[in-house]
Design a protein around this ligand. Sequence first.
Ligand code: R2B
Ligand code: URA
Length: 310
Amino acid sequence: NKPEAFETEKIDDKENGLVRVMNPHLASMPEDFLYHFALGTKTHDLQAMFGDVKFVCVGGSANRMKAFGQFIHGELGLNGDSSDIRDICEGTDRYCMYKIGPVLSISHGMGVPSISIMLHELIKLLHHAKCRDVIIIRMGTSGGIGLEPGTVVITGTAVDSFFQPQFEQIILGKVITHSTELDKDLALLLLNCGQEIPDFQTIIGNTMCTHDFYEGQGRLDGALCSFSNKEKQEYLKNAYEAGVRNIEMESAVFAAMCHRCDLKAAVVCVTLLNRLDGDQITTPHEVLVEYQMRPQKLVSRFMKQQLELL
Ligand code: R2B
Ligand code: URA
């Protein structure tokens, strides 16, 4: 029982490539303040600031997303000094945001609640700015299952801790289930880009999204652990058999929210360790830094290809 005008607007937006919101209440609000970005429709000309955005890249760490902005500045051959890029969200310390030509680089913190708050405000921002034909990619880190550390996994399907392709959310005291389908063509395009980079392996696999890094991912090394090593190994084996190749903490809600708003989305994560071999991440810092560049290199190649810079 959604208002008819809302349905009409939704269909039009889909056809002309505009980013749509799925909330009938928004249209009647005199102002929309995106609190965690410190940006608003009354205080900022969002269309002038963001109207030309084509690629949105999100990742957990603020420093990594700043470094990505600087890297992309060089890759796209833009004028000016890449060290001068300014955090658009400097009015808040919740998230950081950099705009580099048609690319927006934003941090989302760790876990489902943190990325979900960011995505609500990001999708509204793209909608208010009248952005068209936007592609959104999460670049992250993860724990691999049965893969050589440093392998890049492009998510085929994001699954929950029961290996199901769904995201469960509690809304008004009821459990609501959303699909976590991602864009298959986009995943294949990204896989091709990965295969053109000889320095590391890239695969497509299912990604399990958990609500915890320790017990929730079957780790034995947290402050609390309620299961045996045998039970852990069995769970990871079952995950592998269900097609899961890596584990992280945001993909399911990212996929679900983008799917509901018809945003073309992908998840590209590097694996930091093979969880069948252990739980602790003791790899040297320089190696981890190089691993974290891998999704960035792959996504940069993809964007340059799309912008016909290659
Ligand atoms: C990957 O790495 C973080 C935990 O270390 C989390 O944000 C994730 O998804
Ligand atoms: N991020 C995760 O969520 N899990 C890992 O094992 C590594 C990075």
